[in-house]
Design a binder for this molecule. Sequence first.
Ligand code: NAD
Length: 473
Amino acid sequence: MSKVKAKYDVIVIGSGPSAYTCAIRCAQLGLKVLCVDNTDINSTSGAFCNAGNVGMITLLESAKLYDTLLSDIDSHGVFAENVSLNLPKMILHKDKILDGISQQITKTFTEHKIDFINSNAKLIAPKIIELSSLHSPSQQIHAKFIILATESIPISIPCTPIDNEFILDSTAALSLNKLPKRLAILGAGVIGLELAAIWNRLGAETTLLEAQETFLGLSDNQISRQAYQIFTEQGLELRLGARVISTKILNKKVFIEYQDADGTHALRVDKLIVASGRKPNSERLSAPEANLLLDENGYVHVNENCRTNLPGVYAIGDLTLHGPMLSHKGMAEGVFVAEQIAGVIGSSVNYNIIPNVIYTEPEIAWIGQTEQALKAIGDPINIGTFPLSINHQPKSAVKSNGMIKVIACANTDKILGVHIIGCHASELIAQAVLAMEFSASSEDLARTIHSHPSSAEALREAALAIKNKGLNS
Ligand code: NAD
C-alpha cells in the first residue's frame, strides 16, 4: 500500500454498485481513478461482493426452481420425482454468481486502469483522504475530486443482538447451510419480504413480524392488498402491528417477545432474521475537521448535482436522502457525477422516474404515483387494470396471479403511475419506465403493438382498460 504515490483525478470511496459504476464511467472519460473500500477481500467474493441484491435474487431463483418442481408441473406432463434440496450447494451457487460478478468488475477495473485499494478510507479535507489498515501505516492521498459511495448498513436494534448464529442480519440470512424448521423475520419491508420468499419456498415455517399496522405502505393500496392475500395463501404468516420487544437464546432456540394491540406474545423459532431497515454508512466516513455536512440520521447533505458542502466532494447512492435506497438510483448518480466531473454534457437523474421492484414471487414493481397519493392531492385520474391470471397462462410454469394497474391524468391522459404484481413484474415495469420517461399517454401505450402471446401485452391491456377498450378483460 505504501507504493501508492500517484495523484488521482478522482478517488471513489466504496465498492458497491454506485461506486464501481462511477469509477468505471470516470475512467472511460479519461480520468485517473482510485477506488478504496474496506471490504474483506478474503471474504466469499472479495471486493464488489456487495453487488446490489444479486445474492438475494440468485437464491430466490433457486428457491423458485425448487418450489416449481415440487408444485403442479405434472399438469404440463412433466413429472419430477424425488426432488430434494441440497442447501449448501444452493448457497455455493449463489456465492459463485457473486464471485463471477466480482471478477468481471475487477477485469473491467484492470482494463480501465482503475487502481483499487483494500483499506479504510476517511475524508480529512476536501481533496484529501486518509487510508488506514491493520497491515500498513496510515497515509494520505490527494485527488481533485472525491466521491463518497459507501452505501448503507443494516439498522441494529438493541432487543435483537445479531450473533449470526441464531439472530441473523440480512447478509448472513443468505448463507444458511441448514434449513431452519421455524423461522421468524423482523420487518416486512422489502428485504424482509424477499428473504421470506426464499425461506418459505424452501420449506421453513416462516413468520413475519411487522411493527406497522399497514402492509407495504409505499406501494399502491390495491397491489398491497393483493400481495398480502397471495403471500398468506402461500403459507407466509404475516403478523402486522407486531413490534418485537425482546429476544433471548435458550437451548439453541430464539425466544421472541412481541407486542400487538392484544398485548404481549411469545414466539419460539430456530432462527430470527432482522430486517429492520438500513441507514447510511457514514459513521466513520469523514473526520470531524473535514466539516462534511450530515443530517441527524447520518445522510450526507447534497444539492441537486450530488455535491456535498465541500468543494470537489460528491456523495451518491444510499448515503444521500435523494431518491430511494436502490442500486439503480445510485448507479445513475454515479454516471451523472462522473460526467459532471469530466465536463461532459450528460443527463441528470430523474428522481420521479425510478422503478421500484420487490423480488418476491410473484414480483411487485411500480413506477410513479399511487392511486391513494393522487387522490389525496385531488388530481383527477383514470385507472385501467388487467388481471394477469388471463394473460399468463401460456407463459408461466405454474398458475399465475396478480394484476397490472395503469393510472393516467384524466385531463391530459399522461401516465402518472404503473403498478404490477405478478411474475415478470421486474421486467414488465421497464416499458412503463420508458413510456413515462417520454411522457407517454395511456393511449400511446394502448396503441403500441405488443407481441402475442407475451407478458408484455398485459400492460397494453391495462392501458386499453382506461378507456374501456380492453380486448381480453
Ligand atoms: P424497510 O424500512 O423497508 O423495512 C423495515 C421494517 O422493519 C419496517 O416496516 C419497520 O416497521 C419494521 N420494524 C422495525 N423495527 C421493528 C420491530 N422492533 N419489530 C417489528 N418490526 C420492526 O427496510 P428494509 O426492508 O430493511 O430495506 C431497507 C432499504 O433498502 C429500503 O429503502 C429498501 O427500499 C432498500 N432495498 C430495496 C431492495 C429492492 O428494491 N429490491 C432490496 C434491498 C434493499
